[in-house]
Write a protein that binds this ligand. Sequence first.
Ligand SMILES: Cc1cc2nc3c(=O)[nH]c(=O)nc-3n(C[C@H](O)[C@H](O)[C@H](O)COP(=O)(O)OP(=O)(O)OC[C@H]3O[C@@H](n4cnc5c(N)ncnc54)[C@H](O)[C@@H]3O)c2cc1C
Length: 434
Amino acid sequence: MQERSGTEVVIVGGGFAGVGCGKGLADDDRVRVTLVDQNGYHQFQPLLYQVATAELAGRDMTFDHTDVFNGQDRVTLVRAEAVAADLDQRSVTLADGTTLSGDYLVLAAGAQPNFFHTPGAREYAFPLYSLTDARRVRERVLQLVADASAKPELIDEGALTFVIVGGGATGVEIAGALSELIHDVLPHRYPQLAVAGARIILVDVGRALLAPFSDESHEYAAKQLHRRGVDVRLGNAVTEVARDHVTLRDGTTIPTHLVIWGGGEMAAEIAGNAGVGQGRGGRIDVRPDLSVPGHPRVFAIGDVANIPFGDQGALPQLGSVAQQSGAWAARNILGDLDGNGRESFHYRDKGIMAMIGRKAAVAEIGPHRHELHGRLAFAAWLGVHAELLANAGAELKAFVAWAEEFYFRPHHRSAELLDPAQVELPRIHWQDGK
Ligand SMILES: Cc1cc2nc3c(=O)[nH]c(=O)nc-3n(C[C@H](O)[C@H](O)[C@H](O)COP(=O)(O)OP(=O)(O)OC[C@H]3O[C@@H](n4cnc5c(N)ncnc54)[C@H](O)[C@@H]3O)c2cc1C
């Protein structure tokens, strides 16, 4: 590494939180930042289901760190996986054995799917947490539709049965978008597709969709999914995932070749390799100033942390929490350097929202949860996500084009994104070699 001077800050993870922290430090000439990320780009997770359902290309929701930090020469980008962290030394070990250490260490490695030890889920379910995941879902849908179109008898083997695990925002959003893809878009490409045989089943162990939202929003989401033909099964659970079926807790077996896992998340692996106690969801419990207890110059921010939130426990795993906590950690580091001390993190609550489909969204705005449904909620969703994108230093062009297309030409998709020839997944093995 090049010779450096000043306060060294090593950040692990270049998502909302890591980028927020890096940008908060990049302009201060007392600081040098090393940002380590396994991908080298920021993946904008709120747009993952749009990639999974062929509404957006992957390139439209990933932002290269070299562009995000363009011209900021106090930031060094390292594309590598950090496999362990030593909080006493404020260092991380990379997959190739290199060690990076700093005056400050910031853990911002995000989350990973939590399969809750469900047999077969890790092997056969399709999570939706990364660009790679989203592409795999899209490719599997295209494979299944192409196969079912060529051989309608495969529908009995579950070729058009899609099971979604989890009725939180991820599950509800992907269910709505998948239904619009299957019923409204793909029949134009496959006129012979027996789309009436398609089933989208959403399973959740709880009693309501979008649990953190109000009762009105629960009902609105259920009604909108019902209208889109989604079979919502609440108070049930997927207890096993196999190559060609799932089993539910009530004993039902459903033939399927695509189980989308939106059933929960836990802290990224590095949280378990940092020699620190892990709280709920495997996340690192942090102090109000976002530092790790006993390690004042180590911060944990975003989805990898449990950030205290008054008597409500911890803040939820949201882009805005991650971005703001990143900026706040930067501010506290600069506060140390200025000798001004630190402040407890104050979250500016934008609210919670989910998009169920075209013209159907729910939004509960601000700390008082002013409730919106339908087009106004869609507009609120657009506004909040445009701001998140802009704060992350990302281009808005593709996002604006997508929003326009989604609203005015909902049945249109780029031919490239619907082309089964682009599918790289191994072919599906049907019974009897069909
Ligand atoms: C499908 C989906 C939809 C969502 N929709 C919304 C939404 O609409 N609105 C909203 O506010 N929030 C949404 N969220 C939540 C939001 O995306 C997260 O809260 C946010 O991404 C957390 O930011 P982060 O920086 O903590 O983690 P991430 O954004 O996940 O970034 C973590 C980064 O760390 C890197 N990394 C991980 N481990 C390592 C390692 N060991 N070494 C090097 N690099 C590593 C990863 O590659 C990644 O770049 C959604 C999440 C999902 C999964």
